[in-house]
Design a binder for this molecule. Structure first.
Ligand code: ADP
Ligand code: ZN
Length: 219
């Protein structure tokens, strides 16, 4: 089994990157590196980084490239070099992609695949407007596609407290989708040219999408 693949997950907000990355992390021992999760943790813990990015995340704008790239460099340095990873939410701009190329080549590493999860806008709005997370164990749910088995009680840990992301509302979503189109979609031809872009249909059950990704990765 290839436990040292280095992969990028791309796709629109709410496209399922985080869900799929968590599954592959558990099944194959790849490290999920989610810039969104890292920023949200910093905000929750009120670290200097969190204080700096709180309003940016709430508005749906992107955190400046230098801040984001520094966070990733630090993360790469804190991991065993031979461990594979899934970058989920990074890179999100062409300058970030170029910075990543440099960071990896400085460490004699390279990317194996850029997986693009394709999900049409109509699905995204439903997925994002409905999603919520257990406050205690971070299990993810969705009002329409994956509600808790017992209303108001987490399937995993029994907690009755849940959170919704402040940027998961129709208005902020609009600017997140715009940013995706303007700043992030140009990464698709960038990785296509490198010959590592693989598109995967992101519509279907979580398990169906996982199967499609596993096929592409040769798992
Ligand atoms: P999404 O579900 O929209 O893909 P994420 O959890 O990946 O959301 O990211 C949430 C927010 O965190 C983004 O809207 C942005 O403000 C910030 N963020 C995450 N990754 C990056 C990045 N690579 N560059 C700049 N900002 C980022
Ligand atoms: Zn829970």
């Amino acid at each position: 089994m290839k436990a040292d693949l280095r992969i990028i997950f791309m796709g629109p907000p709410g496209g399922g990157k985080g869900t799929q990355a968590k599954i592959l992390q558990e099944k194959y021992g790849l490290e999920q590196i989610s810039t969104g999760d890292m920023f949200r943790a910093a905000i929750k813990n009120e670290t200097p980084l969190g204080v700096k990015v709180k309003a940016i995340l709430a508005s749906g704008a992107l955190v400046p490239d230098d801040v984001t790239c520094a966070l990733i460099a630090e993360k790469l340095d804190s991991m065993p070099k031979d461990k594979g990873f899934i970058l989920d939410g990074f890179p999100r701009t062409i300058p970030q992609a170029k910075a990543l190329d440099d960071m990896l080549s400085e460490r004699s590493l390279h990317l194996d695949y850029a997986i693009n999860l394709e999900v049409p806008d109509d699905y995204i709005i439903e997925r994002i407007a409905g999603r919520y997370t257990c406050s205690k164990c971070s299990a993810m749910y969705n009002d329409s596609s994956k509600p808790t088995k017992v209303a108001g009680v987490c399937d995993e840990c029994g907690s009755t407290e849940f959170v919704r992301r402040p940027d998961d509302n129709a208005e902020v979503l609009k600017s997140r989708l715009e940013n995706y189109r303007d700043l992030t979609a140009p990464l698709l031809p960038y990785y296509e040219e490198k010959g590592i872009l693989k598109s995967v249909d992101g519509v279907g059950t979580v398990g169906e999408v996982t199967n499609r990704i596993e096929k592409v990765l040769g798992y």
